[in-house]
Design a protein around this ligand. Structure first.
Ligand SMILES: CC(C)(COP(=O)(O)OP(=O)(O)OC[C@H]1O[C@@H](n2cnc3c(N)ncnc32)[C@H](O)[C@@H]1OP(=O)(O)O)[C@@H](O)C(=O)NCCC(=O)NCCS
Length: 147
């Protein structure tokens, strides 16, 4: 597999990001919500590229000493090839560089692939948000990793 490169998300990436978002989630974020994150001071959107093509992304929010993962996805045809691992390696690097003490995220109760990835990075279940997701309505598991 060709090398995977990670950099900040740019406006030119959004068309491809929204395409991946739609194939990844039943309640996808809109183009506008990604767009507003490009200009949001507390957010750090990143993309994973292979041969200059966006194949994954994550939206991070850094508030005080906490990094929150707001969104995280890999294009269907590039899954199970280590792209998610590579994105998470980079997220942890960013959190350490920014002096964060912990990383938080929410995940659908039924989303076992994502939970397996997070568990493999040392995230632990720390809470539960009833009916947090729409389309379909589902509980969220709150996971955290201490740094
Ligand atoms: C979750 C997701 C980001 C993983 O991306 P990926 O590039 O396929 O992940 P990787 O290939 O780096 O795999 C990393 C680890 O995740 C776990 N994993 C990934 N896909 C899995 C699956 N289908 N079943 C079980 N475990 C899985 C495994 O632990 C895997 O390690 P391994 O390959 O050594 O077994 C991807 O499946 C995705 O985009 N899903 C849809 C969007 C989503 O659910 N995002 C998370 C929202 S909270």
């Amino acid at each position: 597999m060709a090398e995977i490169f990670i950099r900040k998300m740019m406006e030119n990436d959004l068309e491809r990001v929204v395409m991946i978002e739609k194939e990844s989630f039943s309640d996808p974020w809109s183009y506008d919500s990604f767009w507003s994150d490009l200009a949001n001071e507390i957010s750090m959107p990143i993309v994973a590229l292979q041969d200059d093509i966006v194949i994954g992304y994550s939206i991070l929010y850094i508030v005080a000493d906490e990094l929150q993962i707001g969104n995280f996805a890999v294009a269907t045809q590039f899954r199970r090839q280590g792209v998610g691992n590579k994105l998470m390696d980079e997220i942890i690097k960013i959190a350490v560089q920014r002096g964060c003490n912990s990383i938080y995220l929410e995940v659908r109760e039924s989303n076992k692939p994502a939970q397996a990835l997070y568990l493999s990075f040392g995230f632990k279940d720390v809470g539960w948000r009833k009916g947090y997701y729409r389309s379909p309505r589902e509980n969220a598991i709150l996971m955290a990793k201490e740094l």
